[in-house]
Write a protein that binds this ligand. Structure first.
Ligand code: GDP
Length: 296
């Protein structure tokens, strides 16, 4: 189960605080040092962890804690609120799906992070909301990739548009025409991934974005990759401009670093989280729920 050790560490810090009764500044400082260590161990970006603890300290040194009869509980409340804020605030962020015409979602990311699976998961999700999505196979390098999209598309009950190994930008354009003709209102482009970021991959994604009007450029990142996932998100954002993140494999053995750092480092929200291999294992990302889960 994800976050176990972060949860354990934080609970240890809070337990110590509860044992103290009234708190002074030194207690808060010591606790924040430990919180920072716990965050760093959970692979949270260094600056994010530092800023987070500074923010919590500032609030914890204020009246609401110092004069409270249950100061430790107040600190937990502040940590919960600040964790929520760090991940985007109380409300989940929803993708902007237009009511007229086609909304284009471009899925991108490194190979193996869950791009194809999540293209299909999103198709299934929007289909269950009465939309008529179309999946598009723009990963033309591996025949297996096209086939995989066809398989998961069928499982999701969502049609798949393929044109073999044509140029991806051309496939995207043709898919738009197909979507207009067939009444598909959400077009989900599954693009090629690589094991590492390279210029050819970025150029290809830029060409697709030049060929069709992409509404949401979604980076699919594996939560288990921790800070590395966040670095990837930063680079993709700089090179092609992403609008948000789909954080996958949050059911796995992730330490939490990616979930906690993505927004602060890239400025882009996490829209969805993948919670398993099955196509129904997709949830909107609720920062407050994630914060509560981290606090255990
Ligand atoms: P792509 O190369 O980025 O298109 O990645 P795939 O969609 O092929 O996924 C790679 C592997 O990760 C597959 O075995 C998926 O079943 C698995 N996977 C994808 N999303 C999740 C998730 O949210 N949780 C878990 N546990 N596995 C996932």
């Amino acid at each position: 189960m994800a976050f176990e050790s972060l949860t354990e560490r934080l609970n240890g810090v809070f337990k110590k605080l509860r044992g103290k009764g009234k708190l002074n500044e030194a207690d808060i400082k010591a606790a924040m040092r430990e919180v920072r260590m716990a965050l760093l161990e959970a692979d949270v970006n260094y600056k994010v962890a530092k800023d987070f603890c500074a923010q919590v300290s500032e609030r914890a040194m204020g009246q609401e804690v110092m004069e409270s009869l249950t100061p430790a509980q107040q600190v937990v409340k502040i940590v919960n609120e600040e964790l929520t804020k760090l991940m985007g605030g109380d409300e989940p962020q929803y993708l902007h799906i237009k009511n007229k015409g086609q909304t284009v979602l471009m899925m991108c990311g490194l190979q193996g992070n869950g791009k194809t699976t999540h293209a299909a998961k999103l198709g299934k999700y929007y289909r269950s909301q009465g939309r008529r999505p179309l999946l598009v196979a723009c990963d033309v390098y591996r025949p297996a990739a096209i086939q995989q999209l066809q398989i998961v598309g069928e499982q999701a009950g969502v049609p798949v548009f393929t044109m073999g190994t044509e140029k991806p930008e051309h496939i995207a354009q043709q898919a738009m025409a197909h979507a207009r003709d067939h009444g598909n209102d959400i077009v989900i482009l599954d693009t090629a991934g690589r094991l590492q970021i390279d210029d050819a991959l970025m150029d290809e994604l830029v060409r697709i974005k030049e060929a069709v009007e992409v509404d949401e450029t979604l980076l699919v990142v594996d939560a288990m990759a921790g800070q590395e996932a966040v670095n990837v998100a930063k680079t993709f954002n700089e090179k092609i401009g992403i609008t948000g993140v789909v954080l996958t494999k949050t059911d796995g053995d992730t330490r939490g670093g990616a979930a906690l750092s993505v927004l602060a480092v890239t400025g882009k929200p996490i829209y969805f989280q993948g919670t398993g291999e099955k196509l129904e294992d997709l949830e909107p990302f609720y920062p407050s729920r994630m914060a509560s889960r981290i606090l255990g």
